[in-house]
Ligand binder design. Structure first.
Ligand code: TYM
Length: 329
């Protein structure tokens, strides 16, 4: 069975973008792949987080993983900081990564171009931690939304460089980008990604939003004055985003949604999208509340930690021998 690994960085409440671009696919893939899914809690602190809020977001994210359908019998679900090998391998990989490569990372370049001057060293070097997350487990595939593709690509470069320098050690992973849902945009500014750290929460649907909140946000979504339901992200980014959301929720092609609503006006279409999103999230929310009353999340993380540690420890010893820092046989 091929191995797959992915993670989410809960710097806020998980969004519909996280669900449609990532989580939903983890659940679909868990029957076909040996699946590893973790909470990237170390990644969250590359930018300051209020400790109390952060702990709540991490707990909610772990619960939402399970509520979305990740099955601890099938998938290994764990907390990144429980496996210390991630940070150790990250340092080793950072010694095999060039400053020029980090300088080319889009997320870093974006922050710099926005005039951000208080960037941390952790933020700058976080792609090497992400590479460690992936390479420790010999993952063949990494399912991610579009915005994370560059990080998987640098992981491939680092793995190939290491394998060439020290002989074959790492599996070179492939990114898996979904066809629908790869880039869900903000409802209030459909030229921007829907993001959990967005200050304008009118544009963001959170997985735990109530039906009334969801409806309000979708009905108020920014559209255009063309009054034609067609998929054209350039000219009609708002409508195209809503089409994408519906297609991803229903797991149908975009053309199917366009054909079904061709003659509808925007008001009718928005109401229909809201209903589909509410129906998609309702069973997850119900399960979230149930899991919150049980110890399933804690038990899952304990079992996940044990399994992940075994695999990671073995890989790290192999790496340390290859580079010559392990002096015992
Ligand atoms: P993060 O937390 O930003 O996002 C988690 C996943 O959700 C996807 N995603 C979206 N997909 C579609 N539309 C959106 N608006 C949207 N917003 C987010 C992301 O593409 C991602 O798949 N660095 C990673 C976490 C990470 C990781 C890893 C992932 C750490 N180590 C190892 C894979 C493998 C991150 O910040 O994702």
């Amino acid at each position: 069975m091929k191995r797959m690994l992915s993670g989410i960085k809960p710097t806020g409440e998980l969004t519909l973008g996280n669900y449609l671009g990532a989580l939903k696919h983890f659940v679909n893939y868990q029957d076909t792949y040996e699946m590893f899914v973790f909470i990237a809690n170390l990644h969250t602190i590359t930018v300051y987080q209020d400790p109390k809020q952060l702990a709540k977001h991490l707990k909610d994210a772990a619960t939402l993983y399970l509520a979305s359908g990740l099955d601890p019998e099938k998938a290994t679900v764990f907390l990144q900081s429980d496996v210390l090998e991630h940070t150790q391998l990250s340092f080793i990989l950072s010694c095999n990564t060039y400053l020029g490569e980090m300088n080319r990372m889009t997320q870093y370049k974006d922050k710099v171009s926005q005039g951000e001057t208080n960037l941390t060293v952790g933020f700058y070097s976080y792609p090497t931690l992400m590479a460690a997350d992936i390479l420790l487990y010999d993952a063949d595939f990494v399912p991610v939304g579009n915005d994370q593709k560059q990080h998987v690509e640098i992981t491939r470069d680092i793995a190939e460089r290491f394998n060439n320098r020290y002989s074959k050690t790492f599996v070179v992973p492939e990114p898996l980008i979904p066809i629908a849902g790869a880039r869900i945009m903000s409802l209030s500014d459909p030229t921007k990604k829907m993001s959990k750290s967005d200050a304008d929460n009118k544009g963001v649907i959170y997985m735990l939003d109530s039906p009334a909140q969801i409806k309000k946000k979708i009905v108020a979504a920014k559209t255009d004055s063309l009054n034609k339901i067609q998929y054209d992200p350039e000219k009609q980014p708002g409508i195209s985003n809503l089409i994408q959301i519906m297609a991803a929720c229903q797991e149908v092609p975009i053309a199917h949604v366009v054909a079904a609503y061709e003659d509808a006006n925007y008001g009718t279409f928005k109401k229909a999208v809201a209903e589909v999103v509410i129906d998609t999230l309702a069973p997850i929310q119900a399960r979230y509340h149930e899991i919150n009353q049980s110890d399933l999340m804690e038990k899952t993380l304990a079992a996940g930690k044990a399994k992940a540690q075994r695999i990671a420890a073995k890989k790290l010893v192999e790496v340390q021998k290859k580079i010559g820092i392990e002096i015992r046989e």
